[in-house]
Design a binder for this molecule. Sequence first.
Ligand code: ADP
Ligand code: MG
Length: 459
Amino acid sequence: MDANKLWTSVTQKLKGTYPKSLFKVYFVKDSIPIAIVNHVFYLRGTLSVKDFFENETHKANVLKAFSELAANINDISVITDDKTEMELFKTLEESENKEEIDIKNDELSLKLRSESIANAKLNPKYTFNTFVVGPSNNIAVAACERIAMSDKISRDNPLFLYGGVGLGKTHLMHAIGHKILERDPSKKIIYISSETFTNEFLVALRHQKNAEFRDKYRNVDLFMIDDVQFIAGKETVEEELFHTFNDVFSAGKKIVLSSDRPPKDIPILEDRLKSRFVSGMTVDIQAPDYSTRMAILQYKSENEKKDIPNEVIEYIADNVKSNIRELEGALNKVILYSELSSKKIDLATAKEALKDILVSYKTKEINMLRIKEMVADSYNVTVEELNSKKRTKNIAFPRQVAMYIARNLLDISLPNIGDEFGGRDHTTVMHAIKKVEDEIMKSEITKVKIEKIISDLNG
Ligand code: ADP
Ligand code: MG
């Protein structure tokens, strides 16, 4: 059964059940059907999509719609990009089985290592061995290997990695962890996403368990925190990270941080954190060039044990340029499509499988800064004013428009949009989006103006 088609039918059925804007976010925009396995329907989505479909009522609605369509589906599961602990443990279990033979040789060390890998929540697949090196990432890889291989602390501590989404930052951080544990399984390693750091800290704060939180994140040999741009603007969390940073650093231990942009471009991040972040080594990862894209695709298809003709690999490498996650996604889509349609993998099948997604990849990358610039331009204000606290009408409305466009064009949560505009609350963002939706309904001029901005953004 085709997950895409089934999802389309189910969403058609449920369309009237939910308010329009909510329906659009959870059923259309933020969720992607991936596959049906053992009568479980898998979606890929954001954390809030996961929460939504884990809610009993929503789940029951969806399962009912499946059964009305005579589809034999017992459950729906949302896989987020940030792998949950459960999924990590699942992958870990698989990899442990494979390691059974080796365990006999070096049982203790391996056991210790796999425990440390589990404690550090490292994805077993993200190692240096599975990372393809090319001109776009070789400096970053060299810096990461150096951190992993040397026992001394040098000027490259902390290491700050930055680059666009899907270019391998998370992969490299996990690879550092694996390498260090391979050399010494007794090392204590923490890898944490900024989202988890924030949540755990706020929970600890509420339950007055700050001291335990502190111990957990400070007594380590290597502290890695991913996507620090998400912490910007959350004052108590910034404060905590600042102290964690100082403790780990002054104890002579290693620190690795990542972000989608260099520290100086993270809005509303405290200056003292910015200066800490750049005090060691800062390296960026660029989008991969053609030959690296080819190499990655070849590597992944060998790994999947699929015989994929060269012309198909060339076709994907030619068309998917900006992001390695999308590159992988495109390859998976071709493989899945050929399996579901029982067609052999050739250029025609690949074109057919990718016809929808390639349109969106071809357009110029849309990011928050470009949205802000376009909106500012169109309304005769500055980007700084959009980011500021000013609430005069001539600035507030363009700001709301920028929030609305960001929500529609980027894969970004309401709280993160709020952070991008001077640390505003997610309810403010929600209100802004509603306001713009209303204005679009009311005024043809506003509607056309916003459509123009969106079409300009799309190149
Ligand atoms: P980021 O954290 O920068 O958004 P990720 O590390 O999550 O990106 O990478 C996205 C996906 O692409 C992951 O599945 C990762 O394994 C893969 N990937 C990224 N770069 C490479 C590379 N150079 N070689 C192999 N796989 C890569
Ligand atoms: Mg990442």
